[in-house]
Design a protein. Structure first.
Length: 159
């Protein structure tokens, strides 16, 4: 929710600077947003890892084995927070630049194709850990796509 809120809130500012052809400001917004999303993702991942045991005990403390499984799953899933903000922002960035096709591509690949593929493949390779890591793997693949889209469109939008 934090990442989506930031992406939605920053989109009008990006659109304004794009329309006004303030290329330096557009580059600055992209750079600052990347840093901010990276810091927020790291903070959220660290917080999730830190509170995984206490929260798990609240909900499944009645069964030690289930609690240990939940703590492990919580911590593995928390890895996805490192990249999801960047991917959400990347999709929103292209929407703000009036490029719905690239925005939709990032969003569709991230939320459907990569997640479905990782949920089907990773458990075969990694067992139960593959289920927990599937979202992180999907975010990693979407991160590569987002970086590629930013690199390929850099000349078009001159950011």
């Amino acid at each position: 929710a934090i990442f989506i809120g930031y992406a939605i809130g920053s989109a009008p500012v990006i659109s304004f600077h794009y329309g006004a052809e303030h290329k330096g400001e557009l580059r600055s917004l992209l750079r600052k947003s990347t840093v901010l999303n990276g810091l927020a993702g790291a903070a959220m991942a660290a917080l999730a890892i830190a509170v995984s045991a206490p929260l798990s005990k609240i909900f499944v403390g009645y069964d030690q084995e289930l609690c240990a499984l939940t703590v492990r799953g919580f911590r593995l899933y928390a890895i996805s927070y490192l990249l999801c903000g960047f991917n959400i922002f990347g999709s929103s960035f292209f929407t703000a630049l009036n490029n719905g096709l690239v925005s939709a591509l990032i969003s569709f690949l991230r939320t459907l194709i990569f997640q479905c593929a990782s949920v089907l493949i990773l458990p075969i390779l990694l067992g139960l850990d593959g289920v927990w890591l599937s979202i992180a793997a999907a975010e990693g693949a979407a991160f590569v796509v987002t970086l590629a889209c930013l690199a390929l469109n850099r000349r078009t939008y001159r950011y």
